[in-house]
Design a protein around this ligand. Structure first.
Ligand SMILES: NC(=O)C1=CN([C@@H]2O[C@H](COP(=O)(O)OP(=O)(O)OC[C@H]3O[C@@H](n4cnc5c(N)ncnc54)[C@H](O)[C@@H]3O)[C@@H](O)[C@H]2O)[C@@H](O)CC1
Ligand SMILES: [K+]
Length: 475
């Protein structure tokens, strides 16, 4: 599991640990870990050239101390100070190790002198260390930092702890921020490493352990071993009913494909049986790919709403009449109020969630975490907000972010497959929060498997699920 803690949680854990250790120990752990990752990234030390952008706080201190370690390994290190307040011990350590320290304004002016305004002076450097601000930073960057980054445009950036300028606790961005190729973080992940748009600015992630003792995380992301542990598996005595029956009320004469694809997701094999309750012509289409699907009857979970058109409300009310958990998607989301307090997973995309909450879509896309959490509380149900990094929020505040997937998954019908898959997991006995987050993880991973780096259609995702589950179960 990737566990992400808020700034306040990290500060508390750091304070508790620091009280037991000699001063500076944690920064040394962080700086050595960071330097080690940088040396690996550079493929060695001697002859490499690294510039550190250094702000006024301990994040700059980390960059300076890491710079000192790098300088001792033969790296040519220059620190550009963005403030007169730079970490004194770090400055002294870097100087003592042979690094150069100068005000950023002077370095930027020199780069501009050599290469003109807007600067292509970056060509000299192999890597930029972003020690502008860490968890103590306010969102956005000051003009001096923006100018320094411009002067170094094109050089890969390694962010120290977080990409400077992003909101650490929410992943929101407001104004300029660093875009890193790699982020090296300390002690634990922070929400901005998982939540877009900040997560996109992190690049790859590496965690350096500094020995923090941490509470329950604010946000987490399932990893393959977590998904494998949560996957429902048939026991030796299993039969189709004990494995769960999932019912699908999706698709209509107008949108038959939604029914076919919802069933394709539900028929992933993780439940024992799939029932279809809807348009007879759609059932005929369903039978071409899935002859095992049967008509209405008792189920352990319902999937409702995709392509249901004007029949969504009737389908939802009929499903609620059975006291079983349900997936509420697409057209049925307009009637999500009916579901309040029932075991359910609501699966909106940003536009649908915006309508549910009565806010502009752009606001949802700026503040994914906030809106997913708010919707989960207001609807008293698990909300799965579909996006590049899907956010699954429970009414009690728990949040899981999905980091699997590929941009090729942005394709028609992919959401129908996801709804069916989550329905199968509910029918198999997973709680709504687990079913939603495991389903979303599997959906993204199956897309990556099916894509192989190229385009795909929704049916390919459903087809890849079997192979994916086999890989997880075997691992
Ligand atoms: N305290 C410790 O022992 C440890 C701290 N660590 C490092 O310390 C960092 C936190 O350090 P700090 O609490 O000193 O805070 P930061 O270094 O994150 O930044 C705070 C400083 O930046 C200024 N500032 C805030 N927003 C700004 C902005 N948008 N632009 C420019 N300047 C801005 C503030 O005036 C303040 O001086 C962590 O992210 C991590 O890198 C790690 O070394 C682990 C151990
Ligand atoms: K930083």
């Amino acid at each position: 599991m990737i566990r992400a803690h808020t700034v306040a949680q990290v500060r508390a854990a750091e304070a508790a640990l620091m009280a037991t250790l000699p001063e500076g120990t944690l920064m040394q752990r962080a700086a050595h870990g960071l330097a080690h990752v940088v040396l690996e990234t550079l493929g060695g030390g001697y002859g490499r050239r690294v510039v550190a952008l250094v702000g006024s706080g301990d994040n700059g201190g980390d960059a300076l101390h890491a710079g000192a370690v790098l300088a001792r390994r033969g790296v040519q290190v220059e620190a550009w100070l963005l403030s007169t307040q730079a970490h004194a011990g770090g400055v002294a350590a870097l100087r003592a190790a042979g690094g150069r320290v100068l005000p950023a304004a002077e370095a930027v002016a020199a780069a501009r002198g050599r290469h003109g305004h807007g600067g292509t002076g970056g060509g000299h450097w192999d890597l930029v260390l972003d020690g502008i601000v860490g968890i103590g930073g306010k969102p956005g960057l000051r003009p001096e930092a923006v100018a320094a980054l411009e002067a170094l445009a094109g050089v890969p950036v390694v962010a120290v702890d977080v990409p400077s300028g992003v909101d650490v606790d929410t992943g929101e961005v407001d104004g300029p921020h660093v875009r890193a190729a790699l982020t090296v973080t300390f002690g634990t992940h922070k929400p901005c490493h998982l939540l877009d748009p900040a997560a996109e600015a992190c690049g790859a992630l590496t965690l350096v352990d500094i020995g923090l003792d941490l509470p329950e995380p604010d946000v987490e992301a399932l990893q393959p071993e977590d998904v494998a542990a949560l996957l429902p598996r048939p026991g030796p005595q299993a039969h189709k009913y004990t494995r769960g029956v999932v019912g699908v009320r999706a698709g209509s004469a107008t949108y038959p494909g939604a029914g076919v694809l919802s069933v394709a997701g539900a028929a992933c094999g993780l439940a024992g049986m799939v029932r279809y309750d809807g348009d007879a012509a759609v059932l005929e289409l369903v039978h071409r790919g899935h002859p095992e699907v049967i008509g209405p009857g008792r189920v352990q979970a319902w999937v409702v709403g995709s392509g249901s058109d004007t029949g969504a409300e009737v389908a939802l009310r009929a499903s609620l009449a059975d006291d079983v958990p349900l997936v509420v998607d697409a057209d049925a989301l307009a009637h999500a109020d009916l579901v309040r307090g029932r075991p359910a997973v609501l699966t909106p995309h940003a536009g649908e969630l915006a309508r549910m909450l009565g806010v502009p879509r752009a606001e949802v896309e700026q503040r994914w975490l906030h809106h997913a959490r708010r919707a989960a509380v207001e609807h008293d149900a698990v909300v799965l907000l579909k996006a590049r990094h899907t956010v699954v929020a429970a009414p009690d505040g728990r949040v899981r972010v999905t980091t699997t997937g590929t941009p090729w998954l942005a394709t028609a019908g992919a959401g129908d497959v996801l709804g069916g898959l989550i329905g199968a997991l509910l029918a198999a006995g997973l709680a709504p929060y687990d079913a939603a987050s495991v389903g979303s993880w599997l959906h993204g991973a199956a897309a990556t498997l099916a894509s192989g780096g190229g385009p795909l259609v929704a049916g390919d995702v459903a087809e890849a699920l079997g192979d994916l589950v086999a890989l997880l179960v075997a691992a």
